[in-house]
Design a protein around this ligand. Structure first.
Ligand code: AMP
Ligand code: GLY
Length: 427
């Protein structure tokens, strides 16, 4: 079987890498891919735009690409799955209607309310004056969220009413374009965040190993939020009993509520959770796709061939799939970013030491890289995700940090404290 992966981040490199480990998969094509997928044996890139659904369908049909996996949320929200399915292709990912669970936070809040899913109390606004009156009445801290997709930048956790008011003014002033013309303002939750990614065929839903990522750029989880500076799995913050509770109070009701709305959701449902101080898991957000960098720690632990799971979802026979099997190890990923990220950053730096990092026992997933003239160059903000396994988190982290130390490019930045909450677990 030949597969097609849509996207160009570390998540997509990890998907291609994992698919190629399956005995059934002979080749993976990435659109558009990155320097990692360009240099991965069995994989090749095609320089098409992920928004060119017609072109992608043609390439998939001509090349006999019989399994399509969509990485990022934007093409999902724009209806790539509907467009490719109409051409008879087998595509893993929700329809445009299903992708609203990520593409509209107000829509997701309504769904959670209807299904009785625990989440922060919230209200939705399309004008500044009532939004300001609401934050004045509620007080701070309070969270202001652009309704639509804003590349991970649409959320302000406001520590003061003034900060919340500034976020409201900026959003209605056009900071996020149309995505910020409707706002969800919600209760501030405290606790530990965790990511539970689950696969579903619209009827059955099965969680993958729970993960945690580090969103802030700075050590000690300080500074502005990024797409994620590192991750680890399986996080002990979500032990098996709690995962069962997430399954029955969040994942199953979500799928049932989607079905009630006539949505046959097949793909990943990613619940971003806050484990509140009394132990109740509450939903911070839903995503309609694999997480990045969570995927870079989840997939290396997976024993079951990935294509078996994806096809069972597409063909709506997940209930009959044997239990998903996992390595009994810990995985950790440390992200190397370009100086300046998450703000503007340099591009085109030569990366060295990739082989030495692999020899040190890590898998290096590429994010923003390109392969040009026989060299791997840094282009994106999050450039590489250096992932390692170990018999404990301490061992996995030691191996990942040993490997990343071998890598160099101008301005390389990575957090030195990834996994600080779990470093000593299992030793
Ligand atoms: P989101 O894009 O909705 O996941 O929000 C981005 C980040 O903002 C989350 O990962 C949390 O760290 C923080 N956040 C979002 N909503 C809340 C909330 N209700 N309470 C506390 N922190 C939040
Ligand atoms: N790591 C957060 C996300 O994928 O949304």
């Amino acid at each position: 079987m030949k597969a097609l992966v849509i996207g160009n981040g570390g998540r997509e490199h990890a998907l291609a890498w994992k698919l190629l480990q399956s005995p059934q998969v002979s080749e993976v094509v990435c659109i558009p891919g990155n320097g990692g997928t360009a240099t991965l044996a069995g994989c090749r890139n095609l320089a098409l735009n992920p928004s060119d659904f017609e072109g992608i369908a043609r390439v998939a049909l001509v090349n006999n690409l019989s399994l399509v996996v969509v990485g990022p949320e934007q093409p999902l929200a724009d209806g790539i799955v509907d467009a490719l399915q109409a051409e008879g292709l087998a595509v893993f990912g929700p329809s445009q209607a299903g992708a609203q669970i990520e593409a509209s936070k107000a829509w997701a809040k309504d769904l959670m309310a209807a299904a009785g899913i625990p989440t922060a109390a919230a209200a939705t606004f399309t004008e500044a004056a009532p939004a300001i009156a609401y934050v004045e009445a509620q007080g701070a801290p309070i969270v202001v969220k652009a309704d639509g997709l804003a590349a991970g930048k649409g959320v302000t956790v406001a520590q003061s009413v003034e900060e919340a008011k500034a976020a409201i003014a900026a959003a209605f002033g056009g900071q996020f374009g149309a995505a910020g013309q409707r706002l969800v303002i919600e209760e501030y939750l405290t606790g530990q965040e965790a990511s539970v990614l689950a696969v579903t065929d619209g009827l059955t839903i099965r969680p993958l190993v729970p993960a945690q990522d580090h969103k802030p750029i700075g050590e000690g989880d300080t500074g502005p939020n990024t797409g994620g500076m590192g991750a680890y799995a399986p996080t002990p913050v979500v032990p098996p009993e709690l995962l069962d509770r997430v399954q029955t109070t969040i994942l199953e009701p979500a799928i049932a509520a989607l079905r009630d709305r006539g949505i046959d959701y097949r793909g990943v449902l990613y619940a971003g959770l806050m484990i509140t101080p009394d132990g109740t898991p509450k939903v911070v957000e839903f995503n309609c796709r694999f997480g990045d960098p969570e995927t870079q720690v989840i997939l290396p632990l997976l024993e079951t061939p990935l294509d078996d799971i994806l096809l069972a979802c597409i063909e709506q026979r997940l209930e009959d799939l044997p239990p998903i099997e996992w390595k009994a190890q810990a995985a950790a990923c440390v992200v190397a970013a370009a100086a300046g990220y998450p703000g503007s950053h340099e591009k085109g730096m030569t990366i060295s030491g990739l082989e030495a990092a692999t020899e040190a026992g890590a898998v290096v997933f590429h994010g923003g890289t390109q392969f040009k003239g026989g060299q791997v160059l840094a282009y994106g903000g999050r450039v590489l995700g250096v992932t390692a396994l170990g018999d404990s988190f301490g061992a996995a982290l030691q191996r990942a940090y040993g490997a990343i130390a071998a890598i160099e490019f101008d301005g390389i930045y990575y957090r030195k404290d990834i996994g600080y909450r779990v470093r000593d677990w299992g030793q």
